[in-house]
Design a protein around this ligand. Structure first.
Ligand code: 5GP
Ligand code: MG
Length: 461
């Protein structure tokens, strides 16, 4: 997972990219970077940490030029070493190419092998570097042919933004796994992972980049070409963007994330109501919207039973063993007088490994909850993701290893129920256009052979 932004034709392009990255921070907290071009030189600033920490006044001043691209990183492919921070940048035949990538390619190994045999030397362990090498090799033709040629060789998930001198190029894989949208700010065009980044900089949302589209932005001019045959490729938008990943104030995949989450909660209530509960609450923040829908559907009050501390940065020092139990409280504190003696419905967006859910339920028990009925606004996650979400091997996914009852016992709730696959798909506008591989193991794009060991079969809880 990552957040990407591109800004064209703006005299403070890097500052706009910086602000946009703020809105995309949830897509990657590990590192951030911006590359800009001033028609002579490329400038680049990259650092580990949050957007607020990765840049300062001085570094933003260095980022001169009227085009810029930015990236915030959540490492999936490639380790977290600093060379792997994007935008990744090279100079080829005197011309700069910088790239910001969201998604995971699935044919990385074949492409690596081919390029290494042909003499390429790699600087990083990121799959995104491969794209730059492919571009460097085909830079003889015009830009459009060059991109059509290179992107047709990629398989898997990619929403991409490139800076090629004064041109910004955006592209999306034919399945449209990850979101990418286009906005306009006066004479500038903006590309961004999510529309919430456009809102922050007062840009007007124009449209989503189509799956298979490659868009070239030079000055205030746009031109699009499409990967041949991409209009017939079955779409595979990541349903987990709607469930958890994207920001609720974003419009992605032709829908608003908040509204989808609320509908997921409503559907969850239809499928798994709880009789006689005192109130519904969420595990903040990701469960808030489904909890709202759940409570509305059943006509039960919604309470905010846990208060979240928003000031825990990545620098938070983990307490010693003795104080370990207090760690959860740093982030979340239950309101005892609300919870004590009550029969509670706790709505959560998803369970991955089950460990955080377990500790949060414990906090509610300590606050005196009488009964806790947990409801999850997606089906059990059973299969790893190879398209950019950090879901590990089946072995680490509690939904693969345990039955729903066993999970309920593990996290110590009185009852546990998940939204059905059909129920989940019934609330999105175009259910056939979504990837549900993490729930079903049906992978829309062939997964790498060496990775298939992470997908275990046979357990069906
Ligand atoms: P678990 O109980 O599986 O340890 O954690 C579940 C929590 O993790 C839920 O609150 C859910 O919102 C959150 N979550 C789901 N997917 C992701 C992810 O990809 N990254 C992070 N950091 N949290 C996630
Ligand atoms: Mg959460």
């Amino acid at each position: 997972m990552c957040g990407i932004i591109g800004v064209s034709n703006h005299k403070e392009a890097a500052k706009i990219a910086y602000l946009g990255l703020y809105a995309l921070q949830h897509r990657g907290e590990e590192a951030a970077g911006i590359a800009s071009y001033d028609r002579k030189d490329i400038h680049i600033v990259k650092n580990t940490g949050l957007v607020a920490d990765a840049f300062d006044e001085r570094s933003l001043l260095e980022l001169k030029g009227d085009v810029a691209i930015g990236h915030c990183r959540y490492s999936t492919t490639g380790s977290s070493n600093s060379k792997n921070i994007q935008p990744f940048f090279v100079t080829h035949r005197g011309k700069p190419i910088a790239i910001a990538h969201n998604g995971n390619l699935t044919n990385t190994e074949e492409l690596y092998r081919k390029l290494e045999e042909e003499g390429s030397i790699f600087q990083t362990t990121m799959d995104s570097e491969i794209i730059v090498h492919l571009l460097a090799k085909t830079r003889n033709g015009d830009l459009q042919h060059c991109f059509l040629d290179v992107l047709a060789q990629l398989k898997g998930a990619f929403s991409l933004i490139f800076l090629m001198e004064d041109t910004i190029v955006g592209a999306r894989d034919p399945q449209g796994f990850r979101p990418l949208c286009l906005g306009k700010l006066n004479e500038s065009y903006i590309l961004a992972s999510e529309s919430c980044a456009l809102d922050l900089i007062h840009a007007q949302f124009i449209r989503e980049i189509a799956p298979g589209e490659i868009i070239f932005i030079k000055g205030d001019k746009l031109k699009s070409v499409y990967l041949p045959g991409s209009e017939n490729v079955k779409r595979a938008h990541c349903i987990f963007e709607n469930i958890y990943f994207a920001r609720p104030d974003s419009d992605i995949f032709d829908d608003n994330v908040y509204q989808v989450r609320k509908r997921l909660g409503e559907q969850l209530a239809k499928e798994h109501p709880v009789q006689g509960a005192d109130f519904v609450m969420s595990i903040p923040d990701s469960g808030n919207y489904a909890a709202l829908g759940y409570a509305k559907q059943l006509g039960i009050p919604l309470e905010v039973g846990i208060i979240r501390n928003h000031y825990i940065g990545r620098t938070f020092i983990q307490p010693t063993q003795v104080l370990r139990d207090l760690r959860v409280r740093v982030k979340l504190n239950p309101i005892r007088s609300i919870i004590k003696g009550k029969k509670i419905i706790v709505v959560e967006d998803s369970i991955v490994r089950g460990t955080t859910s377990r500790s949060r339920i414990e906090v509610l028990r300590q606050a005196g909850a009488k009964e806790i009925h947990m409801r999850i606004s997606c089906p059990p996650i059973k299969s790893p993701c190879f398209y950019g979400i950090d879901f590990p091997s089946s072995k680490e996914l509690i939904g693969f290893n345990k039955t729903v009852q066993e999970i309920a016992d593990f996290i110590k709730v009185d009852s546990l129920a998940y939204l059905s696959l059909e129920g989940m798909l019934s609330v999105v506008k175009h259910p056939e256009n979504f990837c549900t591989a993490c729930f079903t193991g049906n992978y829309p794009v062939e997964i790498p052979k060496t990775q298939s060991k992470y997908v275990l079969e046979g357990k069906n809880c």
